[in-house]
Write a protein that binds this ligand. Sequence first.
Ligand code: NAD
Ligand code: ZN
Length: 549
Amino acid sequence: MKSSRPHTDALGPRLPRVIITGFMGTGKTKTAQALAEILGLECIDSDRLIEQMEGMTVANIFARKGEPHFRRLEEEVCLKLAGRSGVVIATGGGTLVHRKNFDVLSAAGHLVLLEASADAVLKRVGGDGARPLLRGSEGSAPNRAALKERILSILEERRPAYHRISHRVDTSTISPDETAYRIAASMAIASKKVGTAARIEIGRGLVSALGRRLQEMHLDSSVFVLIPENLRERFLAQIAESLNSRSVAWQEVVIRDGDAGKNLDQAGEVLDRLASLGAARDSTIVVVGGGVAGDLGGFVASIYMRGVPLVHVPTTLLAQVDSSIGGKVGVNHPKAKNLIGSFHPPRLVLSDPCVLRTLPAAEISNGMAEVVKTAILGDADLFDFIEGRLTESHPDTLRDVEFLERCVLDSASVKSAITERDPFEKDERRVLNLGHTLGHALEAIGGYRGLTHGQAVSVGLVGAMRIAEARGLVKSTLVERTRNALANCGLPVDPPPFDDAAFLESLHLDKKKRSGRLHFVLPTGLGSVTVVNDVTEEEARTSLRGERS
Ligand code: NAD
Ligand code: ZN
């Protein structure tokens, strides 16, 4: 099966270049650093670059070599920086006042002007004797009143130049972090949309666009943010800023993370909390977190007042490529995982690959198992891309935001196309179980304490490939390619020692759950699969052992 390529409104494949400028004391450097962190880009400070070139501070360059020399260096640096992509650049306060620099940098990237009142500037830089432009004519530090005069007069001089920049943020009363969140939100760099039923957006900085999106979609009348306790510190400031800057009325509901807490008890607690906080039919539930939070919060959203609008802000790779898409929500029962649940498609999914930077490596690998699965069943190009990028000479690729962004975009677009054609898992959606029939059996015999889900799926994918190979559906080279790709994702490709009888029993339990035959999804090539129901016990067993049946 081949899915259609996603609709895109991106700036193109080129990595973004953002240039932060503005008067001294507006927070350029700190804002650029925070924005680079949010967007997964490199941060460069043009003044620091000049200082490195000259081996002395800007103040000393001014004092010893004069302003014209400094401005020449600045021009040189602007030309250099215009050739770099994937960066956030903080310029000096006067850099873009010079037309040449403005022309070079405005053609190269997105310009943002930071503004602040003279009083705010004075407060921030008043005591800083190192600012050459604020020094009196005789080089001494002027008093406060004179300083304010000086600030106002330089501001006035620069006003026409600054006003050539249309994207402006007033930082007088906000921190550099908040400024960065606002810039990220208003840019929503390279955000791409997939899906038609649910709106799924993928792009850097999208977490900061939450408030704006909720407003645009009229989901902002009363918002309840469900977030696991352990993720609050990482995400709440960014979420709060995004909602507050749009005056969205919101309240927080803290949940416990972990599959052990994905149960009816906690769902009941969250329902109680929503009721006591006054959640109503037109309230929106925004779930921030991985698949566990998404399943639990989504389930609560599906039953509270017979269903309220749901928005996912997935923060794990697995949640971005898999669990936030397709509308399945639910909780575990002591007797079985995900036994209780419903279908409640989210209205909006905001997948920001930058949030994955703090995700432990094992969780990235888990998510990659689903990405490779999705590539094999529906997107040969994605498989080629992963294979090409994950080589031994590039060991850091799994941490690369650009790599992850492409994986999320392509996987989400394949899964959403399939689930939209088969929303209630009647037919086609079964193909998403590729690697899972064997995987579930392996997970179960380890008592869910052995292989993780992603690891079990990885071994299961190799097994499904081998069954397909033995049946003449795929060539042996594809089995090898699959093993290599999964191993390069940090995943096991062979099962740990297991007992045949326990494995077969577990396989049949899975069959019973589905009340019927054991469906097996088998690859028929890269990007295509078939569903069969005549796989024998012997085929299943030998596929994992790597024996020929
Ligand atoms: P998870 O939600 O347990 O998250 C894994 C760990 O990562 C947790 O400790 C979490 O706190 C932490 N974390 C989350 N985001 C982080 C971040 N950005 N930085 C640092 N740490 C972060 O696990 P998961 O793999 O995301 O989801 C697994 C769950 O998803 C299972 O319960 C499974 O049943 C469910 N699932 C549902 C569907 C579906 O269609 N609904 C599909 C697949 C899986
Ligand atoms: Zn899975």
